[in-house]
Design a protein around this ligand. Structure first.
Ligand SMILES: NC(=O)c1ccc[n+]([C@@H]2O[C@H](COP(=O)([O-])OP(=O)(O)OC[C@H]3O[C@@H](n4cnc5c(N)ncnc54)[C@H](OP(=O)(O)O)[C@@H]3O)[C@@H](O)[C@H]2O)c1
Length: 294
């Protein structure tokens, strides 16, 4: 039995869907399991409540399980929550953890969340079980964060100039995770995951311009002004605004290049940014109901 933490999240949910399609038995965890039970295509999954802040709920959810997919929303509590989940997994006899990590993981990384992942990876390496580490670059799905500003102001705002990012579709990360959970030869590796080409924000604006048939502009701000924009205009918490500024500055300092890992493991090319944007074009055209003026 495979247990999936973060089964409501971008990658965990794609993994759950993919394992169901493959007919692989899995248990999906959430702090709000009704969000999963409500979805018709997830009917065949076993769904359980679990909160990483509640060790008893994790112990109960890990019974009878041999493998864990470990992912967690970024928050200042992430290191504590993930390292505790690793300890409990080992106590419960889980034999293999596939951890969703991040690129540029190092104890001295300029990106705080990369330092957090470093600490969690170290805890995983110290645990007495098999481990596979996935280090994907920026998720295409998170570009939907830009959609309200594109829909209202026809603008993308950032602080990375013409630096390009290795966007990857979470469904490709999920398929690599599924490979690690079902194919012995993938177990034990550390995999950097990217799409097949990089895109800068000016290139993203140009792509959206052609897909939407409306001019989309890119506005480059200083790091301090961009951070202020994220907290004041977009309403992000300060730590998350700082994180976004840090990763955009890192994209300038450490130029990103596509890597072939996804194609090598899956035997097919990764999904493209153009196809992701095309699937989600309505989000960039229309304001979500909760933001739209009544
Ligand atoms: N965003 C990117 O571009 C990117 C790039 C590289 C790596 N990453 C890494 O990918 C990971 C996932 O990030 P994301 O933003 O995409 O997250 P996400 O998929 O939106 O959410 C992950 C999941 O965390 C679960 N969760 C949160 N608190 C929990 C708790 N106390 N107990 C149990 N589950 C909890 C949530 O489940 P419930 O709410 O249902 O409980 C949610 O499904 C992060 O570690 C991030 O650093 C992200």
């Amino acid at each position: 039995m495979i247990v999936i933490m973060g089964a409501t999240g971008a990658t965990g949910n794609a993994l759950l869907t993919h394992l169901i399609d493959l007919g692989v038995p899995c248990r999906a965890l959430s702090r709000d399991p009704n969000r999963l039970r409500a979805k018709e295509h997830l009917r065949e999954a076993e769904v359980r409540y679990a909160d990483a802040a509640d060790p008893g709920s994790l112990r109960a959810a890990f019974q009878g399980v041999t493998q864990l997919f470990l992912t967690m929303t970024n928050s200042p509590a992430q290191v504590e929550l993930e390292t505790r989940a690793i300890e409990i997994a080992a106590e419960c006899g889980i034999e293999h953890i596939v951890k969703l990590s991040a690129p540029a993981v190092a104890s001295n990384s300029p990106v705080a969340i990369a330092r957090w992942h470093h600490t969690i990876e170290e805890a995983l390496r110290a645990a007495d079980l098999n481990q596979t580490i996935l280090r994907p670059y920026a998720f295409m799905q998170k570009l939907l964060r830009l959609a309200p500003e594109v829909a209202t102001r026809r603008t993308i705002v950032g602080t990375m100039g013409a630096a390009a990012c290795n966007y990857i579709d979470c469904r490709d990360i999920a398929e690599v995770a599924a490979a690690a959970l079902t194919r012995a030869e993938i177990v034990g590796g550390t995999y950097f995951l990217t799409g097949s080409e990089t895109h800068s924000y000016p290139q993203l604006a140009a792509l959206l311009t052609s897909l939407l048939n409306t001019r989309i502009h890119y506005t480059d701000l200083s790091p301090a002004d961009f951070r202020r924009h994220l907290t004041e205009q977009s309403g992000l918490p300060p730590w998350l605004a700082t994180h976004i500024v840090e990763i955009q500055q890192l994209a300038i300092a450490q130029p990103e290049h596509p890597i072939d890992t996804v194609a090598d493991i899956l035997g097919k090319p990764p999904r493209t940014l153009e196809s992701f944007l095309t699937e989600n074009l309505d989000s960039f055209r229309n304001l979500p109901a909760e933001v739209a003026p009544r």
